[in-house]
Design a binder for this molecule. Structure first.
Ligand SMILES: *Cc1c(COP(=O)(O)O)cnc(C)c1O
Length: 435
């Protein structure tokens, strides 16, 4: 087995890691459990490409699961980190970098008056929910099946991401009382929504949703559905949280909220805002944020929050995001969508590339756009595994799960996409021969 493995060094490192790290990894989806094989050990990453420990190169469409909107290790972000680190790597005290970063976020999220920085998307969501409960004095949460909001206890029910990949409904270790206040609905269903509000509207602190769900496939929502949520929240004095950890800064306008002009009460951010360093953030209007300590009674803190390196990397990454970047990402996206779908249909392979901006998903075929987790056929996973394996062997790294989306960065090129198409063509020929 060892000798025949296509990536012997990755394979033996994984064997070693499994003795010291749970499943050999620090985040479950990295284990490649839902596709053939074992994880690829990255040695180095630059631009659109990564190099593994065996010296193989791949064009990377995972891009650290979203943060690397400029590709890996962009020079101006590295410069900002180098320059900042010479002055100290953690202060535990206020510094100018936090103000600069907050200004950059507010410039693209007009409904945010004040920002609080944390160190991950999970932390941002967890704190936003606490704030919503503190502000409203209610406990109830309404979430949607397939939306992933980090590994927050009260939201780890019917979530996407690793939960979908590993086929588990929730997680042991979460008390019944904690999820007891969480209501779960299907996406794209106004009728159920109205019903839920009529039954529970008075006890809900917040509704939380990814306005463009992107952790259980890519499930674009109808604006009317999101607007209905907004209206019902207003009618029942329920706070609306848009979790834009994955979508924030993926659009010229900022987030999905600005694209659709539907404003949440609280926004959570992460991933791309950190320039590759650990950052999360949440923000809202003044009257909501003023309930947070030290101005108000809702407590939330962090030793490394607002870390100077993370703020510098984030600001540098955001500064690179001028309009030409978004034009480039959109043009690349269209090119990817058209060329991949041509090859998929040429081979009659039962997938269809669905794309919004620089985010894409190999979706099972469907007459209409799939908008709800319940509409994803459960048997699509194994076909995706064949595809993933064939592309990986040819130097193209797509997410090792049928439920995770892919990302384009400004470092990708049309040539990368042409190469991907050739690889897809020969992968599908190989699959046809085998079956
Ligand atoms: C990734 C993600 C999170 C969790 O962020 P982490 O930094 O992984 O904790 C939360 N919500 C959404 C929408 C995400 O995509």
């Amino acid at each position: 087995m060892k000798e025949s493995h296509p990536r012997p060094r990755s394979f033996s490192l994984h064997e070693k890691a499994c003795k010291h790290l749970v499943g050999g990894v620090n985040s479950p989806v990295r284990a490649f459990k839902s596709v053939h094989g074992s994880p690829v050990y990255f040695a180095q990453a630059k631009g659109a490409c990564v190099t593994d420990e065996d010296g193989n190169e791949y064009v990377d469409y995972i891009q650290s699961w979203g943060p690397m909107i400029h590709g890996h290790a962009p020079e101006n972000v590295l410069d900002a980190i180098r320059e900042t680190m010479e002055k100290g790597t953690s202060f535990g005290a206020p510094h100018v970098g936090e103000i600069e970063m907050a200004l950059r976020i507010k410039a693209r999220f007009p409904n945010i008056d004040k920002v609080r920085f944390v160190s991950s998307g999970t932390e941002a969501v967890m704190s936003a929910v606490r704030l919503a409960r503190g502000v409203t004095g209610r406990d109830g949460i309404l979430k949607f099946e397939g939306c992933y909001h980090g590994h927050v206890d009260s939201l780890l029910a019917k979530a996407g991401s690793g939960i979908a990949t590993l086929g588990i409904a929730g997680s042991p270790g979460i008390p019944q009382g904690t999820v007891g206040d969480t209501l779960i609905l299907q996406l794209n269903d106004e009728e159920m929504l109205e019903h839920a509000f009529s039954m529970h509207g008075k006890t809900l602190a917040c509704v939380i949703i990814e306005p463009l769900p992107a952790n259980n496939g890519l499930l674009p929502q109808r604006p009317e559905f999101l607007q209905r949520i907004r209206d019902l929240c207003d009618e029942h004095q329920v706070l609306l949280i848009f979790d834009e950890v994955i979508t924030g800064f993926r659009f010229q306008q900022g987030g999905v909220s600005s694209v659709l002009d539907i404003q949440p009460d609280i926004t959570t951010l992460g991933k791309a805002i950190g320039g590759g360093l650990p950052v999360g953030a949440y923000g809202a209007r003044d009257e909501i944020m003023s309930q947070l300590a030290p101005e108000g009674p809702v407590y939330q803190a962090g030793t490394l929050s607002g870390n100077p390196l993370a703020m510098a990397a984030g600001s540098a990454a955001i500064d690179l995001l001028d309009n030409s970047c978004y034009d480039k990402l959109e043009a690349l996206g269209i090119y990817l969508e058209d060329s991949i779908n041509q090859i998929l249909s040429k081979h009659n392979f039962p997938f269809n590339l669905v794309r919004v901006g620089s985010m894409f998903w190999m979706s099972p075929p469907s007459d209409d756009l799939i908008r709800s987790a319940a509409d994803i056929p459960s048997e699509s996973g194994s076909r995706y595994a064949d595809l993933h394996y064939g592309l990986l062997a040819r130097g193209h790294m797509l997410a090792p799960s049928a439920y995770e989306i892919g990302f384009l960065s400004t470092a990708h090129t049309r040539e990368n996409i042409d190469d991907l198409c050739r690889a897809l063509d020969s992968t599908l020929i190989e699959i046809e021969v085998k079956t």
